[in-house]
Ligand binder design. Structure first.
Ligand code: CAA
Length: 254
């Protein structure tokens, strides 16, 4: 479930599916998209903080059990839903801040990348491990990671699928700061932003986003399509199934 709590003019959105480390299934991601869509239009919410429930995870990714049964068309729809949530975080006319309180992997890292600002707890672990499942990032990671950290770093992280700690995330610019407790830090920052002119802030965000260029949209569309197509491969089926069955994948190259 998704909780939205108000702290003055800051809206705190909490992804709460702790038995799966806040991994996003269809119901949770749909609810997240819908709440973000409402907050985008809500003049009383001047800044939005996104976080995960519990001590362990921000979001451990898209739900792998669900994905293991998808065909390419369904995977495209699944990718598109994640993209909708990401685009809302990236373009809503108010600042969005990720308070990364634990694992931010795959789709979790991608949602954080779509936020304007990222703060991590010292316990946070981040990464794009999709390659280990025989797939690729499908919610914007192939496009946004390079724009935030540079192409060389993005390729290394996306190709290797390795998980990094908060200090490394800070060093490569993936997060803006490491702070404990991270939610308090994010709330303080969001409250300070919420006191500024919403007109100037929304313009500042729109202008900063111009650097993304129209090709950003094309890149996201291409990723969404190819992510789906990949679900026709034996390796994607094997990688996703192996995770569900708690065994190592055996990739055959098709
Ligand atoms: N999807 C579904 N379930 C997940 C999940 C995910 N992404 N991540 C964790 N879970 C579930 C586990 O299956 C487990 O459930 P059960 O108890 O029912 O078996 C529960 O959450 C707790 O997880 P672990 O026992 O694995 O906890 P751990 O502390 O040993 O390991 C972890 C934590 C390293 C994060 C590990 O859970 C893990 O590797 N998770 C998968 C991370 C991942 O690969 N994410 C990317 C998904 S692909 C994606 O997001 C595609 C995209 O771009 C859209």
């Amino acid at each position: 479930m998704i909780r939205v709590d108000r702290q003055g003019s800051v809206a705190v959105v909490t992804i709460d599916r702790q038995d799966a480390l806040n991994a996003l299934d269809v119901a949770t991601l749909t609810e997240l998209r819908d709440r973000l869509s409402e907050l985008a239009e809500d003049g009383d919410a001047r800044a939005v903080v996104l976080t995960g429930a519990g001590e362990k995870a921000f979001v451990a990714g898209a739900d792998i059990k669900y994905m293991s049964g998808l065909d390419p068309e369904q995977a495209k729809g699944w990718g598109a839903l994640g993209h909708e949530a990401g685009r809302l975080l990236e373009t809503m006319p108010k600042p969005t801040i990720a308070a990364i309180n634990g694992f931010a992997l795959g789709g979790g890292c991608e949602l954080a990348l779509a936020c304007d600002i990222r703060y991590a707890s010292s316990r946070a672990k981040l990464g794009q491990p999709e390659i280990n499942l025989g797939i690729v990032p499908g919610w914007g990671g192939t496009q946004r990671l390079a724009r935030i950290c540079g192409l060389g770093i993005a390729k290394e992280l996306v190709f290797s699928g390795r998980t990094i700690d908060a200090d490394e995330a800070l060093r490569i610019g993936l997060v803006n700061a490491v702070a404990d407790p991270v939610l308090d830090h994010a709330l303080e920052a969001a409250t300070a932003l919420a006191a500024k002119s919403p007109v100037a802030l929304s313009l500042a965000k729109r202008l900063c986003n111009l650097t993304l260029g129209i090709d950003h949209t094309g890149g996201l569309e291409l990723e969404a399509n190819e992510f789906g197509e990949l679900f026709a491969s034996e390796d994607a089926k094997e990688g996703l199934t192996a995770f569900v069955e708690k065994r190592a994948p055996n990739f055959v190259g098709r």
